[in-house]
Design a protein around this ligand. Structure first.
Ligand code: SF4
Length: 371
């Protein structure tokens, strides 16, 4: 039985199935997620007899870190190898990526929810892989746990290590913006999020976790009803349906009218903003009239902000926006009451920037292969 990704209820039921009291499941949950101790043999909060049973019947499988690429800007791109989960033998082995981005005082981990993606956004290299498979809840969680464990110093005592990891977790932002459309793998993504956002689990704050969607309207409506949920970001990237149909074919299924209606109904908590991401593609969606149309589109919504993301030139047939154009776009939004920020992607040199996660090997001279 694979334990990583199981919630407290499931671990309690599992311990009972081994003839143990249910509260042992809660202890197992604490060890796995609050202490981030993934080694069953060293869970000293459990009796030796239970540890022996777990050694025979259970396991905690972490993705294999196949490569780690260190960017000149300090970001680390992880390439994880995922074996086919045992209980779901029809699922394929796969590889997937996560990016760790340290910055002063805080750090951000960008994680994947699917291997590849079926959504086919024209500006995204992941789209070229197609959908390989959904990630399990354990595989999604592991992308957060591994960097947290790695970042704490190995030469400390176990108690100091947990304290250090907890301090790191408190300074960590997680963004679900890597490979895949999280709302098309809703069950597993939210199973992982409930553990990540549980104070007795990994203990991240919902204020520091953001799920980004290409605009899957039924998924947004479902997310609105979740008790435990992260912040929501919408990948907009266009100012009208014609443009969006071309850049993001999912718009033909869920056009802007329906997407914005779902956003209007979305129940924001009093501390929350709805974020719209807009990749600036030179000569495609970056004209002043695009900015004015975006203002009109967002006018009926309360508490929004727009992140303008400069394009990373590469293999795809798009150009960067000129800096003056980017600034004019930002100014038109800001002057009309839509807060707008330019967000440069991190890790460009190691193919870790937005839309670049497509399992590519990189050979940049600035690249350091760590393992
Ligand atoms: S941008 Fe996101 S939703 Fe669109 S193809 Fe890429 S991974 Fe999928």
């Amino acid at each position: 039985m694979e334990l990583l990704g199981k919630n407290k209820q499931e671990l309690r039921a599992y311990c009972q199935s081994l003839g143990e009291p249910a509260y042992r499941g809660a202890q197992l949950y604490h060890a796995l997620y609050a202490e981030r101790n993934l080694d069953l043999a060293s869970m000293t909060n459990l009796p030796a007899a239970l540890r022996a049973k777990l050694a025979s019947y259970a396991k905690v499988t972490l993705p294999q870190v196949k490569q780690k690429y260190l960017s000149a800007d300090g970001s680390v791109r992880y390439l994880f190898g995922l074996s086919a989960p045992e209980e779901q033998s029809r699922m394929k082995a796969a590889a997937v990526e996560a990016v760790f981005m340290p910055s002063e005082g805080r750090q951000t981990i960008c994680i994947s929810t699917q291997a590849g993606c079926a959504v086919d956004c024209q500006f995204c290299l992941t789209a070229q892989l197609g959908l390989i498979r959904n990630l399990t809840a354990g595989e999604i969680l592991a992308q957060v746990l591994l960097p947290l464990i790695e970042m704490s110093r190995p030469d400390t005592s176990p108690a100091e290590e947990v304290a250090e990891e907890n301090a790191l977790a408190a300074r960590t932002n997680v963004v679900l913006m890597g490979q895949g459309e999280p709302l098309l793998n809703f069950e597993n993504t939210f199973a992982a999020l409930r553990i990540l956002l549980d104070k007795e689990g990994v203990g991240l704050s919902p204020k520091h976790v953001t799920l980004s969607t290409s605009g899957v309207v039924p998924g947004i409506e479902r997310m609105a009803k979740e008790v435990v949920r992260p912040k929501l970001a919408i990948s907009l990237n266009a100012s009208n349906d014609e443009q969006r149909d071309m850049l993001m074919p999912i718009n033909r299924k869920y056009p802007l009218k329906d997407l914005l209606a779902a956003c209007r109904k979305y129940p924001l908590r009093n501390w929350e903003h709805l974020t719209f991401e807009y990749v600036m593609l030179g000569g495609v969606n970056d004209a002043p009239e695009d900015a004015r149309r975006v203002v009109k589109l967002l006018a009926p919504l309360k508490r929004v902000k727009v992140n303008l993301i400069p394009w990373n030139p590469g293999e795809l047939p798009f150009k960067e926006s000129k800096e003056a154009r980017l600034e004019e776009f930002r100014r038109i939004l800001a002057e009309r009451g839509v807060p707008a920020f330019v967000r440069y992607s991190r890790g460009r040199d190691v193919m870790a920037a937005c839309g670049q996660l497509a399992l590519k090997e990189v050979s940049s001279p600035q690249l350091t292969v760590l393992s």
